[in-house]
Design a protein around this ligand. Sequence first.
Ligand code: GDP
Length: 320
Amino acid sequence: MQDLQWYPGHMTKARRMMEENKKLVDLVIEILDARIPLSSRNPDIDSLTKGKARIVILAKTDLADPAATKAFLSWFASQGVTPIAVDARQKKSLDRIRDAVKSACREKMERDRKRGILNRPVRAMVLGIPNVGKSTLINSMAGRASAKTGNKPGVTKGKQWICVTFRQGKEVLSVELLDTPGILWPKFEDREVGVRLALCGSIREEILDEKELACSLISLLLADYPEAFNSRYGKEGEDFRNILEETVEGTGHTVVDQREAALHRVLAKIAENRNFLSKGQTFDEGRAAHLLIDEFQGGKIGRITLDHVPERDETKTEAE
Ligand code: GDP
């Protein structure tokens, strides 16, 4: 799968920009989508941010499954990363960000203190793949900005910094945030990862047929959130998992084909339940597909996380 937004030229440019900006900052704030904390990671993030203090923010946590978010927070912590989960649109998330910045930059502050430098601002940049909430978070932080500064002496021309001051009792923490986020490229290699990225809006949906995308969503939701799915789209206790099971005994098709066909039948059944008729007397699967994706993205089916926390030593195979 290849997203046209990200042909190699774009990646090279993004990488070069990152290398340049990296030199200017102490701290990298990596934003992930809490609904897909693994799929929304850039594959090269570790090498790109080497040598910098780092925090990981799971944004859109209001749309994600709270139990899964909790499990992911522990998993990231076990990997040596300090993660926090926020709704990037909410000002109250900023206290959590302040604490994470303090903890990630403790060494730098300690070094400064020993040299007699007090309250030197932490310089930070926000990074992440498209649509994870980078701009929203920067805007929330800018909302508490004391000033916007233009070109600073000694800093590459044209960079805008937002100065954010966090006060807590007598303590003051100043952060200078690069006002444009670093946009990273998503992972492409794996179809399942691509599907999740498209469902969460990080790569354009058009690269996959909408019905195909909806079928993948049905499959994921019936595996992990059957009650939420059945109660929203089924009629009187209908369990769509029965449709998936019906086909197992069929003959003449491969298992994959059978499953595809069964998922399409679920889609058609949803169209029937909603009375989505197309021109002939058939039900309009396309309209049902659109509805499903739209309602998933709007959080209407429930708070859902599509990625699974890797089991021990399974990091590499998770997306398979
Ligand atoms: P960027 O491409 O990473 O800069 O993403 P944006 O900040 O532009 O956000 C993409 C979309 O997600 C926008 O419609 C935001 O309003 C929405 N958004 C961002 N953060 C959150 C969040 O924490 N919760 C919810 N529900 N929506 C969010």
